[in-house]
Design a protein around this ligand. Structure first.
Ligand SMILES: *[C@@H]1O[C@H](CO)[C@@H](O)[C@H](O)[C@H]1NC(C)=O
Length: 186
């Protein structure tokens, strides 16, 4: 059976938790060449996307090599500090944006129906264990999963997964973020 991956049958499956300190006490988290940024309530922060990586193949691909929603004003290289450049990453802007201390749902886009090639590519990347890597305020987006009583912490989240035995592929395209903020006491 061929997996159905038209947009209407895409499964929203990811609960992604983001650990972000908007005003961190622990400066050691920051990459070289970055600096602390103080944000005001309601200020807009955009997430960036890094290359898709896989522990299985070790060959990175750019985020937009997959048919993800693009920023309205176009895709732009967005490495902004020496750390990001030195890490050899391919950091681009993304349509994911946040407002400081605002809880909200943001609709990104409706993609055109996937072509057969795009659907195959998504399946291949998911099966090769590719993961999406995002960055917010110079910090990597983390995912926490609970296995029995243990909480496991991952960097990034999978492109998708396929359920064992049923030959169905799922693409993760609904994300839920939790942004932790360090309140600055003046
Ligand atoms: C946003 O939602 C979280 C979790 O439900 C809650 O703890 C927090 O107080 C909310 N923040 C605002 C500004 O509404």
């Amino acid at each position: 059976m061929v997996a159905k991956m038209l947009p209407h049958s895409w499964i929203s499956a990811c609960v992604l938790v983001l650990l972000l300190s908007l005003h961190p006490r622990v400066h050691a988290f920051y990459l070289p060449g970055t600096f602390m940024h103080t944000y005001s309530p309601g200020e807009v922060i955009s997430a960036k996307v890094n290359s898709l990586t896989s522990i299985e193949t070790e060959l990175p691909f750019s985020y937009y090599s997959l048919p993800y929603c693009k920023p309205l004003d176009g895709v732009k290289k967005s490495a902004e500090n020496l750390g990001e450049i030195l890490m050899g990453d391919q950091i681009d802007n993304s349509p994911y944006r946040f407002q400081v201390n605002v809880n909200e749902s943001v609709f990104l886009c409706t993609t055109d129906p996937l072509t057969k090639e795009q659907a195959e590519l998504l399946k291949r990347r998911a099966r090769d264990l590719y993961q999406v890597n995002m960055v917010l305020d110079n910090l990597p987006v983390m995912r926490f999963t609970k296995q029995n009583v243990v909480i496991i912490q991952w960097t990034g989240f999978p492109v998708g997964y396929n359920s064992i035995g049923s030959n169905e592929d799922y693409i993760i395209n609904h994300l839920k973020f939790r942004v932790l903020v360090h309140q600055y006491q003046a």
